[in-house]
Write a protein that binds this ligand. Structure first.
Ligand code: ZN
Length: 298
């Protein structure tokens, strides 16, 4: 009986593993499973130089990074490096060349050549386009804004197109991993801060920062609306000189418009996420912020 169960498990496991493999079309089968070669200059990735990673068509494993791809004029995608451990070299049946296969599923990729002098690494992974699937690198950047109660700041920032995710927490103080009430009591130096993860292709840091100035009152010192205290200061935590410049320019623009802006620019430090019940506070509650509202300023 035990033996029967074991055999059944192996069969089921095999079926699951098989179904995880993508179904291959005729050309893919010819190249990947029968070690064929696509015609030169016909593959979809020969002249493809987008930023991202190339995966095994059959099992999905990441194999090559676009940063290692180079122009070789040989008619097939060429990489002077593979991701560590992802590509296996085996002697080709022809007794001359070295074949490369996916280290995970054994799918045929192409061949590797050394000593041709194309790049500093002196290596060319010559890969069939049809053996790979390209995945564009997801572009993400982070920004940190503090402008009063973080419930309200997050509420507005998370609605913007191009914002991938937001979270609220604390930054700028000297206490490691503070709790909310520790910050409220004072003395931690921390400020209620919203972390914004965004796609810079869809929204720029400047657009985000402009919006931040429009959803809080940057002329209020050490408070925001009804919330009074150091932890409600208006601060932009910049992560680069570029961000600092963008924010400083916007502050100057507002000053030129007559706003007596007190917002400080400080270098980003460790961000400590607040307790779960503070995250997505208004979204979860289904109500509107008491502390913030939108007002066009630019
Ligand atoms: Zn594979």
């Amino acid at each position: 009986m035990k033996r029967l169960i074991l055999i059944l498990l192996i069969v089921i496991g095999g079926i699951i593993m098989y179904s995880q493999d993508r179904k291959l079309n005729d050309l893919e089968k010819y190249v990947i499973e029968n070690k064929g070669t696509e015609a030169p200059f016909t593959g979809e990735y020969v002249e493809h130089f987008e930023d991202g990673t190339y995966h095994c068509k059959k099992c999905g494993t990441e194999l090559f990074d676009a940063s290692d791809k180079f122009h070789s004029s040989c008619g097939w995608p060429s990489f002077d490096d593979a991701l560590p451990g992802r590509v296996k070299e085996v002697p080709d049946k022809d007794g001359i060349r070295t074949e490369i296969v996916c280290a995970n599923c054994g799918g045929h990729l192409g061949h590797v050549f050394r000593g041709e002098g194309y790049t500093d690494k002196n290596l060319r992974h010559c890969v069939n386009s049809v053996s790979m699937k390209f995945e564009e690198r997801s572009k993400e950047a982070e920004a940190y804004f503090a402008g009063g109660c973080f419930w309200g700041v997050e509420y507005y920032l998370q609605k913007l197109d191009g914002v991938i995710s937001t979270s609220v927490g604390f930054m700028g103080g000297h206490v490691v991993n503070p709790g909310y009430y520790e910050v409220v009591r004072g003395g931690t130096g921390h400020i209620e801060t919203t972390k914004v993860v965004y796609n810079p292709n869809k929204i720029t840091y400047e657009e985000l920062t402009k919006y931040f100035f429009e959803i809080h009152d940057p002329t209020q010192l050490d408070r925001q609306g009804p919330d009074i205290g150091q932890q409600y200061r208006s601060v932009i935590f910049y992560s680069s000189e570029q961000e600092k410049r963008v924010a400083a320019t916007l502050i100057q623009t507002l000053k030129n418009k007559g706003y007596d802006v007190v917002t400080k620019l400080e270098a980003a430090q460790a961000f400590y996420k607040a307790e779960n019940y503070h995250q997505d506070y208004y979204q979860n509650k289904g109500s509107l912020p008491y502390c913030h509202s939108y007002k066009k300023k630019f």
